[in-house]
Write a protein of this length. Structure first.
Length: 486
């Protein structure tokens, strides 16, 4: 009787299982990150390295961290062929080498072995073979020979050969879509997206790989929607009013939004980082009323922390209750920046100044008015801007001469600049240094400013603006412009 009961139970269980809907993948596969502020480290080594070889691979900067730290701390050993990169982060960051990436979580230590010869073979195969399921296995085998990654919370999935969303447009491509309405363009992009997803589903991948690649394809779809007006331009439309009209027609409001997946978990943030579509991924969520989704709530938290960080960088008062309302890892980094700014740099050439009281449009006139009787040179710059730094360095060779003539130097950056680097530049460059919240730059109504730096203003001794320059023109030309002012 007992044996019959067991058999009956098994039969019932099997029957229930047979009637239950089948799911081939678990509901979640990608790991979440631990909410904390902690450095992340990459320990790199070149395989087959010989003395005289390059001991540090090329990599891109990244200003998506809360502190806007563009580059990590770097050390390299030219004898051993090793290098160490350290990022100060409180949420995931994508470190991008040329041709490959490492995803870093707070507290991670990731070991990387690089074989440059094998990587060149991988790149050649990737360029020269069709993007289909047949070539994916060979592509992944070559990748494993070229790059070996060990450690870390989440290692990016192996590369796959898929047909990609067409994001590089020829004139012929543009002409084929030059008459599309935005709705027609969106439908075209959606159909292309679905075709690629079908191809992805045909590959033999793990649940985590499928989830990640699917979300990255979604980011490509979002990116392509945004390029509606650009495709018109490629197709031959050059009239500015028409292009502006097409730009206004584009919206991330999408009837297909419910079919995308990346915003359903905070791990969708990884795809936004991987495709460098941090802002677009967030804008799509907002346009489709998805702010209460898991990723939408995370972006809201981050926006609130960034707003407080911007105020901290400009030395504005922040109440303890405001700080305490943020997640602890954000609080840690904001307090660190506040502590940095409280310490005056010893032996500083420059002077750190507070912004004048009043509305943003009043700041620049008030700053200039403090230098009556002097020729005023105003330099709008940022720590991450190469041409800005080049101009600042070259001006040092003539600065003493110009200051003797009565030229005062004013340097204005915004909160996108890294705090450490900003303080270092104050020690090197004599003059008055200001930092402005990045969302207030446009409100300052800077003459001839088109959201491009470096941007320079030259005022005469009466406080009258006599010259605006965008872009570093070179030392000789810049000095000539200043010399014209008596």
């Amino acid at each position: 009787m007992k044996k019959q009961s067991i058999i009956l139970i098994i039969a019932v269980v099997l029957a229930i299982e047979a009637c239950s809907p089948k799911t081939s993948r678990p509901t979640t596969a990608l790991p979440s990150w631990e909410r904390k502020s902690d450095p992340a480290v990459i320990l790199g080594r070149f395989v087959g390295w010989k003395p005289g070889d390059k001991c540090l691979p090329n990599f891109w900067g990244n200003k998506n961290s809360l502190k806007n730290t563009i580059f990590p701390e770097v050390t390299a050993d030219s004898i051993a062929g090793t290098f160490t990169l350290v990022w100060d982060i409180c949420y995931p960051l994508l470190h991008s080498f040329h041709g490959w990436n490492v995803m870093l979580f707070p507290g991670d230590t990731v070991k990387v072995d690089i074989d440059n010869n094998a990587f060149a073979e991988y790149q050649a195969y990737n360029r020269e073979t069709p993007h289909d399921s047949v070539t994916t296995q060979k592509l992944q085998e070559l990748w494993k020979k070229a790059i070996h990654i060990d450690g870390g919370t989440f290692q990016l999935p192996l590369p796959v050969h898929l047909k990609r969303m067409e994001l590089g447009y020829t004139q012929e491509y543009g002409q084929a879509h030059v008459r599309d309405t935005y709705e027609e363009w969106r439908d075209f992009c959606w159909n292309e997206f679905q075709d690629i997803v079908k191809q992805l589903d045909s590959l033999d991948l793990s649940p985590a790989e499928l989830e990640f690649h699917r979300m990255c394809i979604e980011q490509d779809y979002i990116s392509k929607l945004r390029q509606f007006s650009f495709v018109k331009k490629v197709g031959g439309i050059s009239d500015k009013d028409s292009l502006e009209m097409f730009k206004q027609q584009m919206t991330f409001k999408d009837p297909h939004a419910s079919e995308l997946t990346y915003y359903r978990k905070t791990t969708g943030f990884y795809a936004c980082l991987h495709k460098n579509l941090f802002d677009e991924g967030k804008a799509y969520i907002e346009a489709n009323g998805l702010e209460d989704s898991p990723l939408g709530r995370w972006f809201k938290e981050l926006d609130e922390a960034k707003a407080v960080m911007a105020r901290a960088k400009t030395m504005q008062a922040i109440s303890e209750s405001e700080l305490s309302a943020l997640s602890p890892e954000f609080q840690v980094q904001i307090r660190e920046v506040q502590d940095q700014l409280k310490k005056e740099a010893l032996g500083s050439e420059g002077k750190r100044c507070d912004l004048p009281k009043g509305e943003p449009q009043e700041w620049l006139p008030k700053i200039v008015s403090e230098h009556k009787g002097k020729i005023v040179f105003v330099d709008f710059w940022a720590t991450w801007c190469g041409p800005c730094l080049k101009g600042m360095e070259e001006m040092e060779s003539v600065k003493d001469e110009l200051m003797l003539r009565g030229v005062d130097f004013i340097y204005i950056t915004d909160s996108s600049s890294n705090t450490d680097d900003w303080l270092k530049h104050i020690t090197k460059h004599a003059g008055s240094h200001y930092i402005v919240p990045d969302d207030k730059m446009k409100e300052m109504q800077i003459p001839d400013y088109q959201n491009a730096i470096p941007h320079y203003l030259i005022y005469d001794r009466e406080g009258k603006l006599v010259k605006t320059i965008t872009g570093w023109p070179g030392l000789e030309e810049m000095k000539q412009e200043i010399d014209k002012v008596k």
